[in-house]
Design a protein. Structure first.
Ligand code: M6R
Length: 608
C-alpha cells in the first residue's frame, strides 16, 4: 500500500520524484523519502508524516543526482518514524518497497549472524542487506538482485539504485503492482501509471515474478526463472494533470458532488436509454442462463456495494448469491464449481485480498467478472471481463463516487443476467431501466440537502457512538454509512439490520445515542417503523433519512429528518448514499479532521 517511484534521467530527479510521490500519496502518507545518486554517491532525505514535510526538508537540504528512487509509506512493520521511512540503504544500495516480506525475521537472524547490523524496525531492511550480502560475495548488482529475489517470501514491489552505478535502476514485482515508463533518454518506474503520467504515457506493466533492469536507453525484463522475456508496451490513459479539488475544500466533497455526473456517465455506458434496456459494453464471460450460483468477493466499501448487488441479483435474476469479505473468502477453501461465476468489486483494482479471490476462482475453473474503476489495474487485467465504473480517479481515501458507480453497474448486471435467464420480462426491464435513468437527477436533488445535513452533523460531532439502521438494501447502506463516519471522524459507529436490533444492540440505546435510520418508502418500510418505535420507546435520538411521506407516516418524534426526494425504491441505495456520505463528511469537518487523508488508512490496500 506504499507508493514507489524511480527515475533514471539526464536532469536532476529530486523534484520529479516528489511530484510523482504526490500522485501516489493516496497509497499511504505515514512518511516519505527519496534517495539519489549524486556524483556516484548515495544520499537520502526522509521525513515523518505527510509528503509536504519531505518537500519542506528538500527546500533546505536539496538533493542533486539524475538517478533516484522515492517512497510514500503506509506503515506495516515498524512505527511511522523518520528512521523507519524508506528508502532503506546500505553502503552499496538504496531500496524502496511496497508490500510485506513475510520471512523477514529468519532472514534478519541469518544476516545478523553474518555481521549485518540492522538500524530499523522494518521488514524492508532485510532486502537491502540481503542484496548487499550477495554483492559482498562478489556478485554485480544485477546478479545480486537475481540471487536475492527467490529468497523473499510475501508480496512486494521493489526499486533499487546502487552506489557508483549511474546508469542502473532495477525494479521487481511479486504480488504488488509495478509499471515501467519510457521517456526520451530516460526511464521510469512507478507503482502505477498515474504516478508517471507527468513524464510519460508509454507504459509496461510487470507481471508477477518479473523483474526489470533499466538504463537510460531502455529496459530488459526477466521472469521469475531469470529468463529474458518481452512485455507489451501500452498507452496509458492516466491524466498528466495534477488532479485538483476544484472549488471544494476537500477531494471527498468534490467527489460527493460529482456523483450525479459520474453515475449518469456510468449508466449511459450500460443502458440503451431509447429502447429502455440494459446493453452491456462487453460480452459476459459466462452463459448466464446456465450458471447456478454467483459468488461475490470484495473489501470495505466495495464489499457493501457487493452486498447490495446480492439483493438485486437474487431479486432480478433469481439466482443464489454468496458474498464474503475477500480477506475471509480467500482462506475459506470454499468449494466452487465451474457452473458458478465469481464477481469481484474493487475501485483500485489492486486490493490484495480481492485479487487473491479472483485467482482462487480462476484456479477452480470459474469465470471471473470484475466491477472495477481502474481499467489498467491488475484485477481488470486478470479477470475474464471487466465491467468498468466510470467514476474517474477517486482521490479521497473514503470511497464515495466509486461506491455509487459500483452500485449502478451491479444494478445493470443484475438486470442483464435476469433478462438472459428469462426472469425479467421486457416490460419489467423497461420499468427498472426507467427508474435507473432517474437516479442521477435524484442524486442531484439529494445534494441540495447539504445545509441541513451540515446542521445535523454539528450535533453528531459531539457523539462518541452512533448506530446506523436499515432493512433490505438499506442494511448494507447502513453498514457503509457507519464505515464512512468511523474512517474520517474516528467516532465509533456500527451499522445493523434494523430487525436485528432487538437481538442485542438495543441494549446500547439511551438518550445519548444518535441512531441514524435509512428508510426509503419500500416494501419493508413498515417493519422499519416498528424498529424505530422500539428505539424511540427507549429514548434513542433518531435521525431519519427518508422521503416526507415516510417521515409523516411514522409519526415519531425524530431528532431530525433529512427529507429525500420521492422515488421508486428499487435503486434508493444509490441516491440515499449521498446524505450518508455528506453526514460523515460534515461531521469530520466539524471536528477538524483530515478528511482526505484520515489516520492509519490508505486508498489502495495491496497487503493482506
Ligand atoms: O480499491 P478497493 O475498492 O478494492 O478498496 C476496498 C477498500 O479498501 C475500500 O473500499 C475502503 O474500505 C475505503 N477506505 C472505504 O471508504
Amino acid at each position: 500500500m506504499c507508493g514507489i517511484v524511480g527515475i533514471i534521467g539526464r536532469e536532476p530527479v529530486a523534484v520529479r520524484l516528489v511530484e510523482a510521490l504526490k500522485r501516489l500519496e493516496y497509497r499511504g502518507y505515514d512518511s516519505a523519502g527519496i534517495a539519489t545518486l549524486a556524483s556516484g554517491r548515495l544520499e537520502r532525505r526522509r521525513a515523518e508524516g505527510k509528503l509536504r514535510n519531505l518537500a519542506a526538508r528538500l527546500e533546505t537540504e536539496p538533493l542533486a543526482g539524475v538517478v533516484g528512487i522515492g517512497h510514500t509509506r503506509w506503515a506495516t512493520h515498524g512505527r511511522p518514524t523518520e528512521n523507519n521511512a524508506h528508502p532503506h540503504a546500505s553502503r552499496r544500495l538504496a531500496v524502496v518497497h511496497n508490500g510485506i516480506i513475510e520471512n523477514f525475521r529468519e532472514l534478519r537472524e541469518e544476516l545478523t549472524a553474518k555481521g549485518h547490523v540492522f538500524a530499523t524496525e522494518t521488514d524492508t531492511e532485510v532486502v537491502a542487506h540481503l542484496v548487499t550480502d550477495e554483492m559482498d560475495g562478489g556478485l554485480a548488482a544485477e546478479a545480486a538482485v537475481a540471487a536475492a529475489l527467490p529468497r523473499l517470501k510475501g508480496a512486494f514491489a521493489l526499486a533499487f539504485i546502487f552506489q557508483g552505478e549511474n546508469d542502473l535502476l532495477i525494479g521487481a514485482r511479486q504480488g504488488a503492482p509495478l509499471a515501467v515508463g519510457y521517456g526520451e533518454g530516460e526511464m521510469f518506474l512507478g507503482s502505477d501509471a498515474l504516478a508517471l503520467a507527468p513524464f510519460t504515457d508509454s507504459i509496461t506493466y510487470l507481471e508477477d515474478g518479473d523483474w526489470a533492469v533499466l538504463t537510460r536507453d531502455g529496459v530488459s525484463f526477466r521472469n521469475a526463472a531469470g529468463e529474458t522475456v518481452s512485455r507489451a508496451r501500452q498507452r496509458s490513459q492516466a491524466s498528466a494533470f495534477l488532479i485538483d479539488k476544484g472549488n471544494h475544500r476537500h477531494f471527498m466533497a468534490k467527489e460527493i458532488h460529482e456523483q450525479p455526473e459520474v453515475v449518469g456517465r456510468t449508466l449511459a455506458h450500460y443502458l440503451d436509454m431509447s429502447n429502455g434496456c440494459v446493453r452491456l459494453p462487453f460480452e459476459l464471460p459466462f452463459d448466464a442462463s446456465k450458471m447456478t450460483r454467483v459468488t461475490l468477493a470484495a473489501c470495505g466499501t466495495a464489499y457493501y456495494a457487493g452486498l447490495i448487488g446480492k439483493y438485486w441479483i437474487e431479486r432480478y435474476a433469481r439466482i443464489p448469491v454468496e458474498i464474503d469479505v475477500a480477506s475471509e473468502y480467500r482462506y475459506r477453501e470454499a468449494p466452487l464449481d465451474s457452473s458458478g461465476v465469481m464477481i469481484v468489486v474493487s475501485q483500485s483494482g489492486e486490493t490484495a485480498d480481492t485479487l487473491a479471490c479472483l485467482r482462487y476462482a480462476k484456479q477452480q475453473g470459474q469465470k471471473v467478472l470484475s466491477v472495477v474503476n481502474v481499467a489498467t489495474s491488475t484485477i481488470a487485467r486478470e479477470s475474464d471481463a471487466a465491467a468498468l465504473t466510470l467514476a474517474g480517479p477517486e482521490i479521497g481515501v473514503a470511497s464515495t463516487k466509486a461506491f455509487t458507480c459500483q452500485l449502478s453497474v451491479l444494478a445493470c448486471l443484475a438486470i442483464a443476467i435476469g433478462r438472459a435467464r428469462g426472469v425479467l420480462t421486457p416490460e419489467r426491464e423497461r420499468e427498472l431501466v426507467s427508474d435507473l435513468i432517474a437516479v442521477p437527477g435524484l442524486m442531484a436533488e439529494a445534494t441540495k440537502r447539504e445545509p441541513q445535513i451540515e446542521q445535523v452533523a454539528a450535533a453528531l460531532s459531539k457523539a462518541s457512538d452512533v448506530l446506523y439502521l436499515g432493512r433490505g438494501t438499506s442494511f448494507p447502506l447502513a453498514l457503509e454509512g457507519a464505515l464512512k463516519l468511523k474512517e474520517i471522524s474516528y467516532i465509533h459507529a456500527e451499522g445493523y439490520a434494523a430487525g436485528e436490533l432487538k437481538h442485542g444492540p438495543i441494549a446500547l440505546i439511551d438518550e445519548e445515542m444518535p441512531v441514524i435510520v435509512i428508510a426509503p418508502y419500500d416494501s419493508v418500510y413498515e417493519k422499519t417503523v416498528s424498529n424505530m418505535q422500539e428505539v424511540a420507546a427507549r429514548g434513542g435520538r433518531i435521525i431519519l433519512i427518508a422521503d416526507r411521506r415516510a417521515a409523516n407516516e411514522a409519526a415519531i418524534d425524530f431528532q431530525a429528518v433529512v427529507a429525500m426526494p420521492d422515488m421508486a425504491p428499487d435503486f434508493a441505495p444509490i441516491v440515499y448514499a449521498v446524505p450518508a456520505q455528506m453526514l460523515a463528511y460534515h461531521t469530520a469537518v466539524a471536528m477538524g479532521k483530515d478528511v482526505d487523508q484520515p489516520r492509519n488508512l490508505a486508498k489502495s490496500v495491496t497487503v493482506e
